[in-house]
Design a protein around this ligand. Structure first.
Ligand SMILES: *[C@@H]1O[C@H](CO)[C@@H](O)[C@H](O)[C@H]1NC(C)=O
Ligand SMILES: CC(=O)N[C@H]1CO[C@H](CO)[C@@H](O)[C@@H]1O
Length: 187
């Protein structure tokens, strides 16, 4: 009995420590994002930004960062816009948008500097609910087959976003960054 209790206690300790810490994310607070989909190869993958889109599993996001990192750092402002934390050497904000139109199929992209949000794109509506990143209540899916073995991220919806095959829904878990690293991400 004692043994079983101990076993259960230690199993619980292991799985609790494997879970990301759920520290609430305040407006303007820097955070990273990991994808949660247990049993898949993209469980606990850090979200990256490159080529005006979000991805996971790229060897390098090829960004110019203020410190060494291969993951993106974000913040949400009062207008519910999702931004990439800027490098100190860059003065051009990079802002994430989604295109929920029939053509866009849930595309997630980002603009750089004064670039307008394209066509049907929307930038306002991002929230972190109980540490999950969502756009107007909708979560995210990941699609394999991206550049360099990566998976591209799309708004959740039909699992053929952008005619990509094998898309799966994930939980995008926001993890507070105590020292957000600013980067300049490739356009
Ligand atoms: C990063 O740069 C390398 C070398 O140019 C390229 O092969 C790779 O596809 C780039 N990665 C991304 C995510 O664009
Ligand atoms: C990961 C992946 O396959 N991405 C493709 C998804 O669809 C868009 C638009 O058709 C392509 O540009 C991507 O390469």
């Amino acid at each position: 009995m004692q043994f079983i209790t101990l076993l259960i206690a230690s199993a619980a300790a292991v799985s609790a420590s494997a879970l990301p810490k759920k520290t609430p994310i305040a407006t303007g607070q820097g955070f990273g994002v990991i994808t949660i989909r247990s049993g898949s190869e993209i469980q606990n993958s850090g979200v990256q930004a490159a080529n005006s889109g979000l991805l996971i599993h790229a060897k390098s996001q090829n960004a110019s960062c203020d410190a060494d990192t291969n993951f993106a750092t974000f913040y949400i402002n009062k207008e519910q816009e999702l931004h990439l934390v800027e490098s100190t050497s860059s003065a051009r904000p990079q802002t994430i948008y989604v295109d929920r139109s029939e053509k866009g199929q849930g595309l997630i992209g980002y603009t750089t500097g004064a670039q307008p949000v394209p066509g049907a794109g929307e930038a306002k509506g991002w929230t972190v609910d109980n540490n999950e990143l969502k756009f107007k209540g909708t979560g995210i899916q990941a699609c394999s087959g991206g550049v360099d073995g990566s998976w591209s991220l799309w708004l959740d919806g039909p699992h053929k976003a952008g005619n990509n095959e094998s898309c799966i829904s994930v939980i995008s878990s926001a993890i507070k960054s105590d020292k957000p690293i600013g980067c300049w991400y490739t356009e």
